[in-house]
Design a protein around this ligand. Structure first.
Ligand code: C5P
Length: 201
């Protein structure tokens, strides 16, 4: 039986950590769909037409170095507004979602567009300041030289683009369970997510 768990939300809300933990808990594979857009964004930065890049994308492209940088994140959110790019990435995500045994997908439009029929839907969010603070800490720990204000501006720019695009904008599905992680620890957020999924099983 397939059981799809859709986890959406804005940048740096804790989606990635929560999705990995939920996938491990239920012992199902996990797809970070942001990587698809990042891989296309990286190719665009290298001069490739984003629509061509999306149509030619291979699973190996999700494994390359350099997908997690701030520059690639901004490029990803730019290619993500192009309907042909989104359309080209649809099948891969839907096939993954419908794997026998279940799957976790995280992104921006999983519960609304990719898998509107997902059995469990979560919308993981937190205030822009909290998200920027977490991202800033992460980047500083990795040794990146950056300012909090720059990170906050980046988070806000990406939110703007993700929420206001015409095609598949970032928003909670009507039947999504909201998990606001602003004042939660990672463990609390993971526990809340697992509980929400369990309630649908
Ligand atoms: O989640 P992540 O930060 O890696 O996503 C990078 C960008 O890819 C997002 O800002 C968003 O514009 C885009 N994206 C999307 N739909 C998804 C996943 C990511 O539009 N399902």
């Amino acid at each position: 039986m397939s059981f799809t768990i859709a986890i959406d939300g804005p940048a740096a809300a804790g989606k990635g950590t929560i999705s990995k933990a939920v996938a491990a808990h239920f012992n199902v594979p996990h797809l970070d769909t942001g990587l698809l857009y990042r891989a296309v964004g990286l190719k665009m930065l290298g001069g490739v037409d984003p629509i061509d890049a999306a149509r030619a994308l291979r699973p190996e492209d999700l494994e390359v170095e350099g997908l997690r940088t701030a520059e690639v994140a901004q490029a990803a959110s730019k290619v993500a507004v192009i309907p042909e790019v989104r359309a080209a990435l649809l099948d891969f995500q839907r096939v993954f979602a419908r794997r026998a045994g279940g799957a976790v997908l995280d992104g921006r439009d999983i519960g609304t567009v990719i898998c509107p029929e997902a059995e469990a839907k979560l919308f993981v969010t937190a205030s822009a300041e909290v998200r920027a603070q977490r991202r800033f800490k992460e980047l500083t720990e990795q040794g990146a030289a950056t300012e909090f204000d720059t990170v906050l501006a980046d988070v806000r720019a990406r939110d703007e683009r993700d929420m206001n695009r015409a095609d598949a904008p970032l928003k909670p599905a009507d039947d999504a369970v909201l998990v606001d992680t602003s004042t939660m620890t990672i463990d609390e957020a993971v526990a809340a997510a697992i509980q929400a999924v369990d309630a649908k099983r």
